[in-house]
Design a protein around this ligand. Structure first.
Ligand code: SF4
Length: 44
């Protein structure tokens, strides 16, 4: 499955953490998009 780091809503903060600009929560870059709380994965 793709990860949050591959989603257009992912904004990196550092190597280990980023922010989802869609739902406004911190997410790690390797978060499985199958677990996206908004179910709104959009490839970059
Ligand atoms: S919209 Fe979902 S898949 Fe995309 S960065 Fe946010 S939590 Fe991850």
């Amino acid at each position: 499955m793709p990860t949050c780091s591959q989603c257009k809503f992912y904004k990196p903060k550092d190597a280990k953490m980023g922010e989802c600009t869609n739902v406004g929560i911190p997410v790690p870059p390797d978060n499985d998009t199958a677990r996206c709380p908004a179910r709104m994965f959009v490839p970059k």
